[in-house]
Design a protein around this ligand. Sequence first.
Ligand code: IPM
Ligand code: MG
Length: 356
Amino acid sequence: MEYNIALLRGDGIGGEIVDGAVSVLERVGEKFGHTFKFTPYLIGGCAIDATGEPLPEETVKGCLASDSVLLGAVGGPKWDSQPGDKRPEKALLGIRSALGLYTNLRPAKLYPALRSASPLKDEIVGDGFDLMIVRELTGGIYFGDRGYREGKYGQEAYDTEAYSVTEIERIGRVAFESAMKRRKRLCSIDKANVLESSRLWRTTMHRLAQEYPEVEYSDMFVDNAAMQLVRDPKQFDVIVTSNMFGDILSDEASQITGSIGMLASASLGDSNRGMYEPIHGSAPDIAGQDKANPIATILSAAMMLRFSFGLSDEADAIERAVDKVLDEGFRTADITGGNCEAIGCREMTERIVNAI
Ligand code: IPM
Ligand code: MG
């Protein structure tokens, strides 16, 4: 089969890590007899520099015409003083919304080989944890009404958290379905003791729970969830939560696995086309120095094969290759845990390619 993949390298380390994932996909193509065609498009700061816009029309059209999208990362200090709607990050929200990608799957599991990189104690981690965060991606405060106005203390800025029953139900269904395919436990995280939008979230989730009697369902307030993730991460299987809570909790979940450089994500909507990206950012401090960890992006490419193209053997082959290279003891700087010498992004990529 032939697959057309839109490449959004973005800024900072984005180019290096996307190139790593492209080499891995090319190897998979050779080995399993597929053709992956890659077309690059600009997004984020590099797009601002070239066109004045963080998300050029051509990029949106190119992504809509592709079978799937692979993204590196956007943003950097160079563009920090841009007004809100011209920031590189705005492009990321724009492309998620333009492609209708309301579901964000962020798996966080501890690799046994990286045990020493996790900041959690042995008695907490035990034999490891494996959880899946299902984050709502095109609603909530990221997309709500915002602006400036005169308030009680003079000028103020505001952002609005709003969720409709339709939005909550569609992300809820994805979460219940993914719990059914895993250990059948779902925890919905909200702030229903304070926020009206969270109370609607909670009653809607409870209604859905009736349709999934096999799933052991629970609710948790987000402040408690932030604590429980470091106190006892093993209690979680699937977590479903809003856009902003999911953003925050997924960074926390990544750190307890040892490194944010390891976590992949899939953004999905109602079609097979998805967008796949590491959950980390553009790391401008190490860009261009061959120090980045390409594994999160390589694992994101594996998620693309699995979720968008239905190529699960091929996805397994990538995941096994990553396991093998880690088991052999090779580490990029972010995951050495101080135990061994680090290898660079290119060498890590090459080793994974050769292990497929
Ligand atoms: C993420 C990032 C983005 C988000 C930023 C860069 C807009 O933190 O994908 O988690 O907040 O969604
Ligand atoms: Mg984030």
